[in-house]
Design a binder for this molecule. Structure first.
Ligand code: ATP
Length: 443
């Protein structure tokens, strides 16, 4: 990997238990990553924030958790079986395989481009379907072929009728889902940016056909609101209007939201107006009309769809890249993650000043237990000197370190039951009453 700062993020993520290479002790499995103890907290915070913002805080949204395995006819209807592919080329010399649109200068014909590994020439381009195939049941013939879903949206469309029948929503309304998706990417790369197993947070927002532009605009703005909430700076996010001819034939408008990743400006999220393409296709293939009554006494209609699609892992990477900071504090170089409190995997760490003073340890345990009851993401640390503990917490992005010292125990009576709270970004400490700690940590 070129030295773009990415190697430092990858190494911190591994060293501090955010993200490990998948199946590492067996030499790994390309395109898979395992989230460690801090990574899973960070990822859950991001997903919970999204769910809260786009499902629970609104009254026009329903949540869903559909099965990963679906009847394969659903993927025929959506066009994935015939068309969900990337252009694959093989080097004639070293036999390595690449995505044709990711090698060399795209303005040069493929015949004139050389293999980046060995300089060999390429063979013909062929379309490679990215869906993972598997089998359901004990028979292993064509009738048992199923797919691991390549996107979560499919599960939403096939449940449209269920949700309309159970809840009788009025237009516009949306269905949201967070879950795993699988793509047999030809060239997984750039850490968790492009993997073969990843998570998506997707919304199908159903609208009257004449009103899609208003909802599109609303979701365009919502993407930025979400980015701000997770700590992705607006200055690093760029909207790319996908031009005519590059959009899917049914889409009148698509925006890619690109982020300045350490390896370049690449897609973070997508927002597409999909017309009635999906509901129509699933109605045609399943034979079940996917329509709803919008106004009493009128014929059922097939709504149109605006689809914001967020990648969880790309969000995690953008949040890590945005938070990664190197500075100097107290004359020493330090590396820290400047997470905002909402996504920080640990909200505060509690320390007894000295590990070998039972009265300090007992008081610190009391504070820790009290805080943990209300804010579960609290960490205990009594290892090494205070300076080292601060650096360790800085590196994992903990906003506050709380130290219980002799003044907490009443050495200076006026300071009894107060603690020091040290701010990660400034390194400044202030004395705070134990009774005030929860409001200080309010996240
Ligand atoms: P790309 O052009 O980068 O392959 P895409 O346009 O195929 O992405 P979509 O099909 O629009 O992506 O998927 C929606 C979102 O899912 C993307 O914006 C991204 O955040 C995420 N995503 C897609 N493919 C991957 C992957 N292989 N690894 C991680 N996240 C992904």
């Amino acid at each position: 990997m070129a030295d773009t700062g990415m190697d430092k993020i990858v190494s911190l993520a591994k060293r501090r238990g955010f993200i490990y290479a998948g199946s590492e002790i067996y030499g790994g499995l390309s395109g898979t990553w395992d989230y460690g103890p801090l990574g899973v907290e960070l990822k859950n915070n991001i997903k919970n924030l999204w769910w809260r913002m786009f499902v629970q805080d609104r009254d026009d949204m329903c949540g869903l958790d559909a099965a990963i395995l679906m009847n394969p006819r659903a993927w025929e209807a959506s066009g994935h079986v015939s068309g969900f592919s990337d252009p694959l080329v093989e080097c004639k010399k070293c036999k390595r395989r690449f995505r044709a649109d990711q090698i060399g200068d795209l303005s040069t014909p493929l015949g004139a481009r050389k293999c980046p590994e060995c300089g060999g020439a390429f063979g013909e381009v062929r379309e490679f379907n990215m869906m993972f195939k598997t089998q359901t049941g004990a028979t292993e013939d064509a009738s048992s072929v199923t797919y691991l879903r390549p996107e979560t949206a499919g599960g939403i469309f096939v449940n449209f009728k269920n949700i309309v029948d159970s809840f009788h929503p009025k237009l516009p309304f949306g269905i949201a889902q967070i879950g795993k998706a699988f793509r047999n990417e030809i060239a997984p790369r750039d850490f968790i940016f492009r993997s073969r197993e990843f998570e998506q947070m997707e919304i199908e927002y159903f609208v009257r056909s004449g009103e899609w532009e208003k909802s599109f605009e609303e979701w365009r703005k919502n993407v930025h609101v979400f980015n701000e909430a997770v700590g992705i700076p607006a200055s690093a996010v760029h909207e790319l209007e996908v031009p005519d001819g590059e959009r899917a034939h049914y889409s009148k408008r698509t925006i890619d939201f690109e982020f300045d990743f350490p390896f370049g400006r690449k897609e973070l999220y997508g927002l597409a107006y999909r017309g009635d393409f999906d509901l129509k296709a699933h109605s045609d293939v399943s034979g079940v009309p996917l329509k709803m009554i919008d106004e009493e006494g009128q014929e059922p209609i097939m709504p149109h769809v605006v689809e914001p699609s967020f990648g969880v892992d790309r969000t995690v990477l953008a949040v890590l890249a945005s938070a990664y900071t190197e500075d100097e504090l107290g004359g020493e170089a330090r590396t820290y993650l400047k997470f905002n409190a909402a996504v920080a995997p640990i909200k505060a760490a509690v320390f007894p000043l000295l590990k070998n003073k039972p009265e300090l340890v007992a008081k610190a345990r009391e504070v820790y237990t009290m805080l943990k009851k209300f804010v579960p993401q609290i960490m205990w640390d009594d290892n090494g000197n205070i300076g080292k503990r601060y650096r360790r917490q800085d590196e994992i992005g903990t906003p506050y370190c709380i130290t219980i010292d002799f003044d907490t125990l009443g050495e200076k009576p006026e300071l009894k039951d107060t603690v020091t709270v040290r701010d990660r970004d400034t390194g400044q400490q202030e004395r705070v009453a134990i009774a005030e700690l929860l409001s200080k940590l309010a996240v």
